[in-house]
Ligand binder design. Structure first.
Ligand code: HBI
Length: 93
């Protein structure tokens, strides 16, 4: 699996303002806050189903109404097109 080039990575962070670089990792992180746990977990459920379809899974933390998502591609040891595609899906929810 091919990593994003420096240019592709720069474009990603410009085009996806909710996502930020992760200190010391070639990864992207975003935090989403919802009305309550039910809303947050519903969001996670929709992502989980899509992630499994894509065979590309997020690293994430849920605390009550907050969901922190980190995307990276283990097989590429960094950000890949699969992360861009999943971030795009997440942004469209
Ligand atoms: N999810 N984020 C992420 N990165 C991967 O490399 C990855 C995955 N989910 C499943 C998966 N790879 C499998 O294809 C391999 O572990 C076999």
């Amino acid at each position: 699996m091919q990593k994003l080039s420096a240019e592709e990575r720069a474009s990603f962070f410009k085009d996806f303002p909710n996502w930020e670089e992760v200190e010391g990792r070639d990864a992207a992180k975003a935090t989403f806050t919802f009305k309550d746990f039910n809303e947050a977990f519903g969001f996670m459920t929709r992502i989980a189903i899509e992630a499994d379809k894509r065979d590309h899974h997020p690293e994430w933390l849920n605390v009550y109404n907050r969901v922190e998502i980190t995307l990276t591609t283990h097989d590429a040891d960094g950000l890949s097109a699969r992360d861009v595609a999943l971030a795009s899906f997440i942004e469209r929810l």
